[in-house]
Ligand binder design. Structure first.
Ligand SMILES: Cc1cc2nc3c(=O)[nH]c(=O)nc-3n(C[C@H](O)[C@H](O)[C@H](O)COP(=O)(O)OP(=O)(O)OC[C@H]3O[C@@H](n4cnc5c(N)ncnc54)[C@H](O)[C@@H]3O)c2cc1C
Length: 410
């Protein structure tokens, strides 16, 4: 049975970065990455942006050139899935029946797109955007489609809607909540993006539930809403979140809630088994200690760094400030911090000019910024996170006062 000093499960952002970081830190042991997708590690964010729009080729979204992995002596074991973890024997079993032994196991499996469960969910032309294969499949289907219903007004649904409009499709976006981005942003940002999408021709339906997908000959013909209206559709694109891919760890006895629970070094409750990235539930200082999973590149990269340090003898807690971005039309949103639980906001800049930041406060302290076409605020605003702005609210709203000066003054 092949044995690796470090065995990484999941060839996505977190899995790739932990292997890269281990080599950068001089780790000389054997490393393998097992991934169930056939491709070497690639960036997922462009899937709903430049890759879907056709502006970036697949080669341009690879995390490292193909030859990098063999040059660094990192074995890629692709197109196979880990189906069982045996913590006592320190082995994993693959879906082809083979087993691999490990010294340390790093679970970096991300999640699978949450699927619709309503009638018609299994019709052809109900699409998801999680993998390269998903997007290639969607792109082929789009060639013959003119009417698209996007289900879900989170980042992925909104980004997809923007690209679909660019392709000239008729787009209806259906969101169950009374605003888009309800899970991740405050109302100011939601209303801004709703208006933008409407102005770009998207029919945004809020507070609207999908009752079922209608079809003929196995293909989508429409999306039926709870009030009985049927939206005609050639295809549906669904973006309703992910489910962490953790079943083998559950079966192995790891503590799992909303994701695999990890400590400040990303260790699971099983010996020598770490978890990082979208699948890892951790106590996050920027969520005031709550146990959360973050679904972003920052978290995947920074948790990867934490584990690489730990394995190479440096114990540093995971404590990074979360950040994220989203591109829709000509709007570049950059966020820093976590706005969950905010009790006040300050708008900095001009919403009508499409260049502004929403600054989120909790008990007088800055907890997050959502910056739209305002990169300087995003870069400088990081140093404001955690600061009490009592007496400075007017300066915070004033774009002529650089946030870095304000951060120094507070
Ligand atoms: C369309 C889209 C747009 C996004 N946009 C942004 C953005 O703008 N900014 C941002 O910060 N983040 C964005 N994200 C989120 C970001 O891509 C994720 O946070 C990041 O990819 C997480 O990395 P990960 O390694 O944890 O998981 P993933 O990148 O999902 O990698 C996990 C890999 O493990 C594989 N796997 C799962 N189970 C097994 C198993 N049992 N055996 C073997 N392999 C397995 C999966 O198939 C996958 O290949 C976006 C995500 C998507 C899907």
């Amino acid at each position: 049975m092949p044995y690796y000093h470090v065995l990484i499960v999941g060839a996505g952002h977190a899995g790739a970065q932990v292997a890269v970081a281990l080599r950068q830190r001089g780790f000389e042991g054997t490393i393998a990455i097992v991934g169930d997708e056939p491709e070497p590690p690639y960036e997922r964010p462009p899937l709903s942006k430049d890759y879907l729009s056709g502006d970036k080729s697949f080669e341009r979204i690879l995390i490292r050139p193909v030859e990098f992995w063999s040059q660094k002596k990192i074995d890629l074991v692709l197109g196979v899935k880990v189906v069982r973890v045996n913590p006592k024997e320190s082995t994993v079993v693959l879906d082809n029946g083979k087993a691999l032994g490990f010294g340390r196991l790093i679970w970096a499996t991300g999640g699978t797109a949450r699927k619709l469960s309503c009638a018609g969910h299994d019709l052809a032309n109900v699409h998801y955007i999680r993998t390269r294969a998903d997007v290639d499949h969607l792109s082929r289907a789009l060639a013959g489609a003119s009417k698209v219903v996007v289900i879900g007004g989170g980042y992925i649904g909104l980004e997809a809607a923007a690209v679909l409009r660019k392709h000239g499709k008729n787009v209806v976006l259906v969101e169950a909540m009374d605003r888009v981005l309800a899970r991740v942003a405050g109302e100011d940002l939601s209303r801004f993006y709703e208006k933008e999408h409407r102005e770009h021709g998207v029919d945004v339906r809020l507070g609207t539930l999908v009752d079922g997908i209608e079809g003929r000959d196995g293909h989508v013909t429409g999306v039926r809403l709870a009030d009985g209206e049927v939206l005609p559709a050639d295809l549906a694109v669904v973006g309703i979140g992910i489910i962490p891919a953790v079943q083998p760890l559950v079966d192995a006895g790891a503590k799992v809630g909303n994701g695999v629970e990890v400590d400040e070094f990303c260790r699971t409750t099983l010996p020598d088994i770490f978890a990082i990235g979208d699948c890892a539930a951790h106590s996050n200082r920027y969520a005031r200690g709550a146990s959360i999973r973050l679904e972003c590149v920052q978290n995947a990269n920074d948790q990867a760094a934490t584990v690489a340090k730990f394995i190479t003898g440096t114990q540093e807690h995971y404590d990074a400030v979360p950040w994220f971005w989203s591109n829709q039309y000509d709007l570049k949103l950059q966020t820093v911090g976590l706005s969950t639980g905010f009790d006040d906001t300050v708008i900095r800049g001009d919403v009508a000019e499409r260049e502004f930041s929403v600054i989120y406060l909790h008990e007088g302290k800055v907890i997050a910024l959502d910056c739209v076409n305002a990169t300087r605020d995003y870069v400088q605003g990081k140093s404001l996170i955690g600061k009490n702005i009592a007496g400075h609210a007017a300066a915070l709203a004033d774009r002529t006062v650089p946030l870095k000066d304000l951060a120094k003054a507070i």
